[in-house]
Ligand binder design. Structure first.
Ligand code: SF4
Length: 482
C-alpha cells in the first residue's frame, strides 16, 4: 500500500542560459563562471535545485565532490582547446566560428568508445535497430527516445554525446515494438535494461507503455532493469512528484507479475544517500519489492578514496540496496581529468573492501566496460619473476570468455585496458584474434551466435550515420511512444 507524501518540491534545472538564477551562484568567482561557460559549450552541463541546495557544500567549492559532480571545470579540456575557445568567446568571433571550434573539440573526445555503434547495434530481419544495443548474449539495452536526458548531468558522463546535439552520434528508439520482436527471435535474452540518459525522467504513463508489454506471459523469462540516477539527483521522483505514487504502483505491478525488477542506481558519493529525501526514496522503492543495485565509476577528486567507497557501500546496505559495480572511468569525454590509474583504482577497491563487512562486499571492481567485455582488475601478483595485473573477463562479447583470467604486464600509469601489454612475452590478449576478425556486417554477438542471416545486405552500421530513425515497420501491437 503506497502512503501519500506531503510537501512537493518542484524541480528547477540550471544550465548555461539560466545559471545566473541559481542559488549560491554568487559564491563563484568571475573566472570560475567563465570556465563553466567555456567547458559547458563542449560538454553537457545541467544541475538542479536539489543538488544546489542540499548536496553541494558551498563552503568547500570548488573542491567539493558534489560540485565537481555536475559543474564543468577548466581542467576538463586540454589547455590548448580551452584557450582557443576562451579566446573566441572573449573576442568577436561569429557564432558559426564558435560552433565549429566546439564541434572540433567534441569530436576529439572519442564520443563513442568501444564499438558502441558498429559492434553493438542489433539487427532484425535485415535491418539495424539503432535504439538498442546488444553486446552480451543475455542482456539487451533499450534507449527510449523520451528518456534521453537526466535530472542533471554528471561532468564525467560517458554518454555525454547524447546531450550535446551530436545528432549523428545519438542512438534512441521511438519504437518499443522492435524490442519485443527482437526478444521473440532471441530467446536467450533474459534481461532488458531500459536506459538513457535516465528513463525515470519520463512520466510514469510513458514508462508504463514500455514496461507493460514486457509483462506478457511470452516474456516471463525476462528480467527488467532500469538504469537511473534519479534516486541520487531527484529523489522526489519516488516520493512527492505528481506521478510518484503511480511509478511505485507500476513497480508493484511488475513484482506482482512475478518479475525481477532491478533499479541499476548510480550513486557516486555517500552524500547522495544522506538526505532525508534520498532515504525516503529508497524506503519507498524497496517497499515495492524492486531490488536496487548500485554502481558508479571511480572518479578522481569525486570519490577516489577507500574511505569514501566504504561509506558509500555501507550506506547502500543500510538502506536495503546492493553494492554492485565500481567502474573505471571510460575512455571518452573528459577522462584525462577524471581517470584514476588502474593500480590506484585497485588500491581504493581493496581498501574499501577491507573496511566493510561481507554484506557490502557484493561490490565488484574495478571494472572496465571495454571493447571485448567487462574486464575486472582482480589483483597484482608476481609470477615467474614478472609483476603482473591479474585480469578477469566478467562479461564477454563471446560467452566463452566469461570468467577467464588473463595477465598483463604491470604498468602503474595505465588507466585503460588498451594501455596494457600481455604478460609473459605473449604478443596479444586471448580475445584479440577473434575481435580483429569482427564481422563486416551486423552485431558481434549475432556473429558469435551464428545469426548472420539477420543482417540482410546492409554494410556495418557507419559510426557516423544518423541513427536516430528506427527503420522497422510498425506492428499492430506496437507501443506508441510518441
Ligand atoms: S546519470 Fe548517467 S547518463 Fe545521466 S549524466 Fe550521469 S552518467 Fe550520464
Amino acid at each position: 500500500m503506497i502512503q501519500a507524501e506531503n510537501e512537493a518540491p518542484v524541480l528547477r534545472t540550471f544550465q548555461l542560459r539560466n545559471l545566473d538564477s541559481m542559488p549560491n551562484i554568487d559564491r563563484l568567482s568571475d573566472e570560475q563562471r567563465f570556465a563553466i561557460e567555456v567547458v559547458g559549450r563542449v560538454l553537457p552541463f545541467k544541475t538542479n535545485s536539489y543538488i544546489a541546495e542540499q548536496l553541494i557544500d558551498w563552503d568547500a567549492v570548488p573542491d567539493d565532490p558534489m560540485f565537481r559532480l555536475t559543474f564543468p571545470q577548466q581542467g576538463m579540456l586540454h589547455e590548448e582547446d580551452f584557450s582557443v575557445l576562451a579566446g573566441l568567446l572573449k573576442g568577436s568571433a561569429s557564432a558559426d566560428a564558435i560552433d565549429d571550434a566546439v564541434r572540433r573539440v567534441q569530436r576529439s573526445l572519442n564520443p563513442h568508445p568501444s564499438g558502441q555503434v558498429s559492434l553493438n547495434t542489433p539487427w532484425l530481419n535485415g535491418l539495424p535497430l539503432p535504439g538498442m544495443q546488444h553486446k552480451y548474449r543475455e542482456t539487451v539495452l533499450f534507449f527510449p527516445s523520451q528518456g534521453q536526458t537526466c535530472h542533471a548531468y554528471c561532468s564525467y558522463c560517458f554518454r555525454w554525446p547524447q546531450f550535446v546535439n551530436l545528432d549523428d552520434l545519438r542512438f534512441a528508439s521511438k519504437e518499443s515494438h522492435a524490442v519485443l520482436d527482437y526478444l521473440r527471435q532471441h530467446p536467450h535474452v533474459t534481461d532488458v535494461l531500459i536506459t538513457g540518459g535516465d528513463p525515470l525522467i519520463m512520466r510514469t504513463g510513458v514508462l508504463r507503455r514500455y514496461i507493460e508489454p514486457l509483462l506478457a506471459p511470452e516474456f516471463e523469462h525476462v528480467n527488467i532493469r532500469l538504469g537511473t540516477k534519479a534516486p541520487a539527483y531527484w529523489p522526489y521522483r519516488f516520493t512527492t512528484d505528481s506521478d510518484a505514487d503511480d511509478l511505485l504502483r507500476l513497480f508493484e505491478e511488475v513484482i506482482g507479475a512475478r518479475r525481477h525488477l532491478a533499479l541499476m542506481a548510480h550513486y557516486s558519493h555517500p552524500r547522495e544517500l544522506s538526505t532525508a529525501a534520498a532515504e525516503r526514496a529508497l524506503e519507498r522503492i524497496t517497499a515495492t519489492g524492486a531490488v536496487v543495485r548500485c554502481q558508479s565509476p571511480l572518479i578522481r577528486q569525486v570519490n577516489d578514496s577507500a574511505n569514501t567507497w566504504a561509506e558509500l557501500v555501507r550506506r547502500q546496505v543500510r538502506a536495503g540496496a546492493i553494492p554492485y559495480y565500481m567502474f573505471v572511468e571510460r575512455d571518452t569525454g573528459a577522462r584525462d581529468f577524471f581517470s584514476v590509474p588502474l593500480a590506484r583504482a585497485l588500491e581504493v577497491f581493496n581498501g574499501a573492501h577491507a573496511r566493510v563487512s561481507g554484506l557490502s562486499r557484493t561490490l565488484r571492481g574495478p571494472v572496465m566496460s571495454a571493447l571485448p567485455g567487462k574486464i575486472m582488475v582482480d589483483g597484482v601478483a608476481h609470477v615467474a619473476n614478472e609483476k603482473v595485473f591479474v585480469l578477469k573477463m566478467l562479461q564477454g562479447r563471446n560467452p566463452d570468455w566469461v570468467n577467464r583470467v588473463f595477465f598483463a604486464r604491470f604498468d602503474p600509469a595505465a588507466t585503460w585496458y588498451d594501455d596494457l601489454s600481455p604478460a609473459f612475452g605473449a604478443r596479444e590478449f586471448f580475445f584479440e584474434p577473434e575481435m580483429s576478425a569482427a564481422p563486416e556486417t551486423g552485431s558481434f554477438i549475432d556473429h558469435v551466435l551464428g545469426n548472420g542471416a539477420q543482417h540482410g545486405n546492409g554494410g556495418r552500421l557507419d559510426e557516423t550515420a544518423d541513427v536516430e530513425v528506427t527503420v522497422l515497420p510498425r506492428q499492430p501491437e506496437h507501443v506508441d511512444s510518441a
